[in-house]
Design a protein around this ligand. Structure first.
Ligand code: BGP
Length: 491
């Protein structure tokens, strides 16, 4: 059976605003995440409240602890690491003519350390971290004035860090703008539903143009560059609730809310079904022929996406969403996490196949993971069986998809170390293989310790996924459940 390629990128993914802390250190300006007291779902505060606790302001102090944290990552055998650069560390208001050298130096040191430890950086240029000034002054990505400012920022990154890596992506979960417009587009929706859709599609278009121009620029600066787009796949990972034709077609319409982004940025043009959306919602978008030409000429090199769960749709139902994507009705065939996210490894194979058929591009799964409440036992160990099952089952599904013919080039688990939740600002919702002693109220020593899943992932990486073929998930979990106690690799 065809399996993971020899140069498969194995690693983990984090974002600056959920890990670094040091939110106003060394010249960094405020960004859109800094004003969200309880995560991005509940939205931003008008200004930073002096007496309130903002969990992301100190996060897990990765800013100061990255040398040791990266060593723990490389201990798992990572050969890749996805991180974001915090735009406001480089351009504090987004409008300076010259970058902030302290911010650049911080990332320069960190990237060098990463490379020394054998990890290829995979860089997200903007991960819910637009400088706050750009949201307030221009209304975020609804304004085309952000395009040249983003390009100035991207150019500084390519000039300085292009020598360290060829793997970049322009915007985290760009299609998440439908669900979390503040985070994904730095916009605040106002007025009627049609007006809000207008804002969403104008901002999306402006980010399409920024992406195309970024790709154009990267091709001049970085040899052999790989510039990806990054989408949340929950809309595409959608099942109709019944075989009723209305359920089936409406599911397709929800899937198209994601496909549109891939269609434009990978195929290079707006799809025909977009015309009907424009017409029925009376959209009036500022899209020029010159921009359409750029979009058609500079399409992305690969498709990166996040995948946490699938969604089930029934026609006419009201759809809600969060950081994991859309939420439809409960699928009776799937288990559900403590945060209500339905766990569906087979859905990952389905999504990879759909995307492979549609785009025929290399794909990178840059976020996949499970947020759970971890229990620390009296010996200080964390036997995180649920996370281990999720990991093994999803990687087995990826392996099946590769055997189906999908070109999957990498997998970066979200998040290899416990981080602040993007959606709710909690610490309690833990994703890591590495435990961070920090609680929701900010208390804790910030000490790091290894969960059982750390050793399972390490063994999977070491065998380049071969042990996934040889052992069942039950066997793998049984072998690594006590892995904290063993010196040698039990497999
Ligand atoms: C994605 C974001 C990540 C991450 C993840 C999990 O939408 O790209 O930043 O946080 O969701 O969501 P949460 O942290 O809310 O559990």
């Amino acid at each position: 059976m065809k399996t993971f390629r020899d140069d498969f990128l194995w690693g983990g993914a984090i974002a600056a605003n959920q890990t670094e802390g040091a939110w106003d250190t060394d010249g960094k300006g405020p960004n859109i995440a800094d004003v969200c007291e309880n995560g991005i779902i509940s939205g931003p505060d008008e200004t930073i409240k002096p007496t309130a606790y903002y969990p992301s302001h100190d996060a897990i102090d990765f800013y100061h602890r990255y040398p040791d944290d990266l060593k723990l990552m490389s201990g798992m055998g990572f050969n890749a690491f996805r991180l974001s650069i915090s735009w406001a560390r480089i351009f504090p208001t987004g409008e300076e003519l010259e970058p902030n050298e302290s911010g650049l130096k911080y990332y320069d040191d960190m990237l060098q350390q990463m490379i020394r430890l054998g990890m290829k950086p995979i860089i997200t240029i903007s991960h819910y971290e637009t400088p706050l000034n750009l949201a307030k002054k221009y209304g975020g990505w609804e304004s085309k004035q952000l395009i040249p400012l983003y390009l100035r920022y991207a150019k500084v990154l390519f000039d300085r860090f292009g020598k360290y890596t060829k793997y970049w992506m322009t915007f985290n979960e760009i299609n998440g703008i439908h669900l979390i417009p503040w985070a994904a587009g730095a916009i605040t929706l106002t007025g009627s539903e049609d007006h809000q859709l207008n804002q969403i599609y104008q901002a999306s278009h402006n980010m399409f143009v920024a992406t195309a121009k970024t790709i154009q620029m990267a091709r001049e600066i970085i040899p052999d560059e790989q510039i990806g787009i990054m989408l949340t796949m929950s809309n595409a990972a959608a099942y109709p609730a019944t075989p009723k034709p209305e359920d089936v077609f409406q599911t397709l319409e929800y899937q198209r809310r994601t496909f549109l982004y891939g269609d434009v940025e990978l195929r290079g043009h707006y799809p025909a079904y977009f015309n009907r959306i424009v017409e029925e919602h009376h959209l009036s978008l500022d899209i020029t022929d010159e921009e359409l030409d750029l979009i058609s000429r500079y399409t992305a090199d690969y498709l990166a996406f996040s995948y946490y769960r699938t969604t089930t749709f029934a026609s006419g139902m009201k759809i809600l969403g969060d950081t994991g994507g859309l939420t439809g009705i409960k699928n009776p065939y799937l288990p559900t996490s403590a945060w209500g996210w339905q766990i569906d490894p087979a859905g990952l194979r389905y999504v990879l196949n759909i995307l492979s058929d549609r785009y025929e591009k290399p794909m990178m799964i840059v976020e996949n993971g499970l947020g759970v409440i971890d229990e620390v036992d009296e010996d200080g160990h964390i036997h995180d069986e649920e996370r281990m099952r999720y990991l093994a089952d999803h990687l087995k599904a990826v392996q099946e998809a590769i055997a189906d013919g999908c070109d999957v080039i990498g997998y970066t688990w979200w998040a290899p170390i416990d981080v602040i939740s993007a959606g709710t600002g909690e610490m309690k919702k833990r994703y890591g293989f590495i435990y961070v002693d920090k609680q929701n109220d900010g208390s804790g020593s910030l000490n790091r310790s290894l969960k059982d899943s750390y050793f399972l992932y390490k063994s999977i990486i070491k065998s380049n996924g071969e042990n996934l073929l040889r052992y069942t998930t039950d066997e793998l979990v049984a072998k690594y459940l006590t892995a904290n106690d063993v010196e040698t690799d039990p497999l």
